[in-house]
Write a protein that binds this ligand. Sequence first.
Ligand SMILES: Nc1ncnc2c1ncn2[C@@H]1O[C@H](COP(=O)(O)OP(=O)(O)OP(=O)(O)O)[C@@H](O)[C@H]1O
Ligand SMILES: [Mg+2]
Length: 312
Amino acid sequence: MTIEQIAKFFKLKPSLTVAGIQKEAGIKGNALSTALQNKEELSKMNLDKLLPILIGYGYNAMPQKAKIIAIVNNKGGVGKTTTTAILGEAMARKGLKVLMIDMDSQGNLSQIFSISTENGQVADSMLDNKVPLPIQQINENLFVVPSDLELQKVESVLLTAPSNQLRLKAALSTTATVGFDFILIDCPPSLGLLTMNAINASNSCLITVQPESSAVVGLNSIFDVIEDVNVYSGAGIKVEGIVFTMVKNNSVHTAFKELVRETYQNFKVFNTEIKESVDVSKAQAIRREMFVYKSNSTVGKAYEELATELLS
Ligand SMILES: Nc1ncnc2c1ncn2[C@@H]1O[C@H](COP(=O)(O)OP(=O)(O)OP(=O)(O)O)[C@@H](O)[C@H]1O
Ligand SMILES: [Mg+2]
């Protein structure tokens, strides 16, 4: 167990504190926090004390590969892209290495981060499996694979192509993603071929819902699609949960949130809600990362809480 692995475990378990674990393991002084700060290995004696405690908290189950989450809803304008972007930023700020994939030919995610497709895009890799996904770096821990209108052509070209729902999964397997903790896929507003590619490439789906009548009607179709994929492929893709976005403090939103919680009792509905905030459109309008635009915005904090809830 290296100090790097221990540091990663703490990042993936935000409910644990270094001080608490240090005490529980009976490690004297501040040896663990000092080692983590200085990136120095622990002594064998301290490692022997620490290991059983960390195993008790699930160290052995720590994922070795990136967890892939598709952000899905066939309804348009319900916060899929915004959630991919700010949740990605929030996770990256926790020290996790995050890759975001723009699976929407509108290219909104790429635009938010001002990443162009001049060095390649998702479409290239979906058409030719020998082309790895062109990963672009945004900041130390945050990366994106961009898209533009070219992706729309892929849908028609792939219509009768073999394994046309597995092209993104195949592209991810030929791309070097070692070291990434999370891969977030921003889906287009449909349950067509591109979203099917995203779902098939994922471990789970996160569904963004604006608590209004038009957004709640038809929500069932997403769960049906995920179930169908699992029935026919046996892939075991999970529903990560439902997250309410652009929430207003009014009785209509309150009523629809209750309706969703009642209707989908078998699924997780995140306690963290993303409230409507003018900061989102302001930051996006000037193509600034949310936390660069405003380091302590309410909406940024909400996405940090969502990241913590997702990790717990
Ligand atoms: N919490 C929020 N507060 C205020 N505005 C928001 C919020 N989240 C998203 N928006 C705005 O709402 C619009 C739709 O959001 P977004 O693009 O994230 O949705 P989407 O589901 O990805 O849309 P599409 O289906 O077209 O891809 C955008 O203009 C975005 O700036
Ligand atoms: Mg979008």
